[in-house]
Design a protein around this ligand. Sequence first.
Ligand code: CA2
Length: 151
Amino acid sequence: MTSVYVFNGPNLNLLGTREPEVYGTLTLADVETMCRMECEEAGLELVFGQSNHEGQLIDWIQEAGAEVQAGRAIGAVFNPGAFTHTSVALHDAIEGVQLPVVEVHISNVHRREPFRHRSYVSPVARGIVVGFGVYGYVLALRGLRHAITGG
Ligand code: CA2
C-alpha cells in the first residue's frame, strides 16, 4: 500500500492541553485519528510522527524522500511548529530530497506576531494550509493526494 507521512514539530505533543483559544481543544492523538480516517478512505497507509528535535525531523524527511523516490509514498503533511520560522536545515532537507510537502499550521500565523509571518518551509512546500484549526491536516492530506495522484 502507498504511504503518506504526517510529521509534527516541537511542542505539538501539548496540543489540547493549553492555549485552546489559539489551537483548539483536540489533542494530537485526535489529529492522528482524523488523519487515519482520511487515509483509510483514500486507501493510503498513514505514518504519523511528532518530535521536539530538529535532527529527528530532518531524518524523517530524508527517509520519506527516499520512499517517494522509490514509488512507495506520495509525500508529507508537515507542521514544523516553531521550527517553521527558524530552520534553514528543514528547508534544505525538503529541497535536498525533493519531498512533496504540504505545510500546515493550525493557527493563522499571519494574524499573529510578526516573527510567525516568515516561513523557511513555505518556499519548498508544494502547498500551504493555514488557520483552519486541526481540520487543516485533513485538507492538507486531500490537497497532497490531489496534487500528486490527481485523485
Ligand atoms: O499554528 C501552528 O500550527 C503552529 O505551527 C504551532 C506552533 C507555533 O510555533 C507556530 O508559529 C504555528 C506551536 C506549537 C505548539 O503547540 C502548542 C499547543 C498547545 C499548547 C502549547 C503549545
